[in-house]
Design a protein around this ligand. Structure first.
Ligand code: NAD
Length: 436
């Protein structure tokens, strides 16, 4: 099929690459000329496992094209995906100006029928706004579909290739059939396509993200309480996760959620609730609890060093908001580092993939090194802020040797208490008794 994807970020590039991999011809449109020039030369602008090879392969086969020219994309496709950003505004609502700008542009360029599909996370009711706007700009027929995306950064290609479900928000049967055909290569394991109306589809996306964020916040509050009462949150997690009504996923305590989705989507849902006279009390509490858990961890470190803070150098492992991505948007690691910097603490940090993205945000305030063990030399403690696989089984002897004193503050609970105890490390983690 002929497809266009507008907005070639984390969602758009993965969508385009996977659709091309399934044999479709895909035109990728973005208004960032540098990004498009790079992609034409095979430069992949983000880190996402498996994405680079797939994009380069399909570009070679001419199933993927890159352009800044929206008209070219509209001319050469039947289905046009919108995957542009919908960043948060000061009042918490999602900014849909890029969605409206692109939808308007598509309408102006359309010479015949098109299907416009929104993958971006957009406020409930956006489908109406987009359709109304497009009707003012074209008399050509079109259909609009809300098709929220559920991929996770770090496993985005895998998630797209084998999704838990696909939500198709349109009531028109012919459009449902067309999208069913487009998605059929990814549905071979019996994964489900769920058809619904556009409002319910828009609502489903926010509901999913806010529920996941709420689970994380709840576990972080439980972890804080475990610390006070002397319980081990890891045992509590296993104890409740084995209950089939609860399940094991999204119960890991840590330094709070971050990234480009949960924080923004929770605020957007609170805003949508407010607009409709429904107070989203749980969502508000989950957001507050998240801020509290981020603050709590930084405070613990600052309190530990007290008045000595100005003379303290900390090695930090992890800058990305989670493992297997270079994305630092609303990263709890960056938020924690900012709080440590406020107390005069110096930071020497390492991240396997996010050195560049973090450097752009905070590079003038911290030192970023290329090897995790280099960060340790003479530092007062090691602070772990992202759960990268390579941090899980480190050389503890070397850590002990390089640090001034063997102290670890672990915001991701990576280590077994017995293992660090044996290694002679003073170990502070989340919701578990301190060791050493
Ligand atoms: N990142 C995720 O894990 C994820 C998962 C599911 C849903 N989403 C949603 O998908 C949407 C995109 O997220 P993302 O993380 O891919 O964003 P992103 O910032 O990585 O990418 C957005 C892209 O859109 C481009 N763009 C902006 N305005 C444009 C315009 N007028 N014309 C053409 N291109 C334009 C930008 O240059 C950028 O390349 C958001 O609504 C987000 O909430 C994201």
């Amino acid at each position: 099929m002929k497809v266009c994807v507008v907005g070639i970020g984390y969602v758009g590039l993965v969508t385009a690459g996977c659709l091309a991999e399934a044999g479709n011809n895909v035109v990728c449109v973005d208004n960032d000329g540098r990004k498009i020039d790079g992609l034409k030369k095979g430069v992949i602008p983000i880190y996402e496992p498996g994405l680079g090879e797939m994009v380069q392969h399909n570009e070679k086969l001419k199933r993927l094209e890159f352009t800044t020219d929206l008209k070219y994309g509209v001319d050469n496709s039947l289905i046009i995906f919108l995957a542009v950003g919908t960043p948060p505004m000061a009042d918490g609502s999602a900014d849909i100006s890029a969605i409206l700008a692109v939808a308007g542009g598509i309408a102006e360029q359309m010479r015949d029928y098109r299907i416009v599909v929104t993958k971006s996370t957009v406020p409930v009711g956006t489908h109406k706004k987009v359709a109304e706007l497009m009707k003012t700009k074209t008399d050509k027929p079109f259909d609009y579909v809300s098709n929220p995306e559920f991929l996770k950064e770090g496993s985005a290609v895998e998630d797209f290739m084998s999704p838990d479900r696909i939500i198709i928000g349109t009531e028109k049967q012919s459009v449902r059939e067309t999208l069913k055909q487009l998605y059929s290569p990814f549905m071979r394991k019996g994964n489900r396509i769920i058809f619904m109306d556009a409002v319910s589809a828009e609502m489903t996306k926010y509901t999913a993200n806010v529920m996941l964020a709420t689970r994380i916040s709840f576990m972080n509050e439980i972890a804080a309480l475990c610390e006070k009462v002397g319980a081990d949150v890891e045992l509590v997690r296993q104890g409740i996760g084995s209950d089939s009504r609860i399940g094991r996923a999204f119960l890991f305590p840590g330094v709070g959620y971050g990234g480009s989705c949960f924080p923004k989507d929770i605020r957007a849902l609170i805003h949508i609730g407010g607009q409709n006279g429904v107070e989203m009390g749980l969502a508000i509490a989950a957001e507050q609890a998240n801020k509290a858990s981020q603050d709590r961890f930084a405070k613990r470190i600052c309190d530990y060093f007290g008045d000595r803070s100005r003379n303290v150098v900390l090695a930090v492992w992890g800058l990305a908001f989670k493992a297997k991505t270079d994305d630092v948007r609303e990263s709890p690691a960056i938020n924690c580092i900012k709080k440590l910097l406020e107390r005069g603490i110096k930071i020497r940090a390492y991240d396997p993939e996010a050195a560049q993205t973090a450097g752009a945000v905070i590079g003038n305030k911290i030192e970023i090194v290329e090897n995790g063990y280099d960060a340790l030399d003479g530092a007062d403690a090691l602070v772990i802020l992202t759960e990268w696989q390579e941090f899980r089984n480190p050389d503890f002897e070397l850590i002990v040797k390089k640090l001034k004193k063997p102290i670890i503050f672990d915001g991701r609970n990576l280590y077994d208490l017995e293992v660090v105890k044996k290694a002679g490390i003073e170990y502070h983690s989340i919701g578990r008794p301190a060791v050493g």
